[in-house]
Design a protein around this ligand. Structure first.
Ligand SMILES: Nc1ncnc2c1ncn2[C@@H]1O[C@H](COP(=O)(O)OP(=O)(O)OP(=O)(O)O)[C@@H](O)[C@H]1O
Ligand SMILES: [Mg+2]
Length: 241
């Protein structure tokens, strides 16, 4: 397997606040990386830098071996980097289908033909279990359905890598379980995954590597169960809960 997406020596400062410090992360094509760390550790900042929504203060982002550090987010999504947001913001007045259409139209590749767009929408709806909700207005969806729509919008660009930011946050245990089933299904399509999540048991069901960060620095990265069992990671979690 080759490296699909990499952060090389990435640091980020907001004014005098250092949020990421010399972070090196690499994810191989077809694998799934979980990201854990306390509130404010820099997880979303890292995801924003991977997606091109934020520029690093120093260091580089590589996609398929090419330097994309200065490539803006809309162009990165065309290259196949899809993401969800920690706070989903669908177009409330549009239907589920129309929301997905936006992603499908501006997705991977150049000018998209209507057949490709329809296929992308169908794939996104089916994979997320939202086909029966296609004509429902987004503003009327339950929280779980909004999470599914968030996934569907990201899938509609037909990404090769999907970046998820606390997609399971706020759901009940049963709903988390349902969403994990969907994310496992997404994995079977060969999409590479980077998933930030506080609900560790959900992550452990899906990911094959786990990255723990604290104060913007890598604490550990490797086998998920070993990372969670390490004294450094345990002390952070026990100290936080
Ligand atoms: N645009 C910004 N300007 C200034 N400070 C910021 C900005 N974005 C994030 N920060 C700060 O950077 C730090 C890391 O924030 P970030 O959102 O990356 O954390 P996180 O690990 O995703 O936390 P959470 O688990 O709560 O989502 C926080 O102290 C936050 O206040
Ligand atoms: Mg965050």
């Amino acid at each position: 397997m080759t490296e699909l997406l990499e952060l090389v020596g990435v640091s980020k400062q907001f004014g005098t606040l250092t949020v990421l410090e010399n972070l090196n992360v690499a994810i191989k094509s077809g694998s799934a990386l979980g990201v854990v760390g306390p509130n404010g550790a820099g997880k979303t900042t890292m995801l924003n830098i991977l997606a091109g929504d934020l520029a690093p203060s120093s260091g580089s982002v590589l996609f398929e071996g090419a330097d994309v550090t200065s490539v803006p987010s809309h162009q990165r999504s065309r290259k196949g980097i899809g993401r969800t947001s920690q706070i989903p913001r669908p177009f409330e007045g549009l239907t589920v289908y129309e929301n997905i259409l936006v992603g499908a139209t501006f997705g991977r590749g150049k000018l998209r033909k209507s057949k490709t767009i329809n296929q992308a929408c169908g794939f996104a709806l089916e994979t997320t279990g939202m086909t029966s909700k296609a004509n429902v207005v987004a503003g009327q969806l339950t929280l779980l359905e909004r999470k599914r729509l968030e996934l569907a919008r990201a899938l509609a660009i037909q990404p090769s890598v999907l970046l998820l930011d606390e997609i399971a946050g706020g759901l009940t245990e049963m709903e988390v379980h349902d969403l994990v089933v969907t994310i496992k299904l997404i994995r079977t399509t060969g999409i590479t995954l980077i998933w930030i999540e506080h609900i560790v048991h959900a992550l452990l069901e899906v990911v094959d590597q786990l990255l723990a960060i604290d104060y913007g620095r890598m604490l550990m990265c490797g086998d998920p169960k070993s990372v969670m069992a390490s004294p450094e990671v345990q002390s952070i979690y026990l100290g936080n809960e």
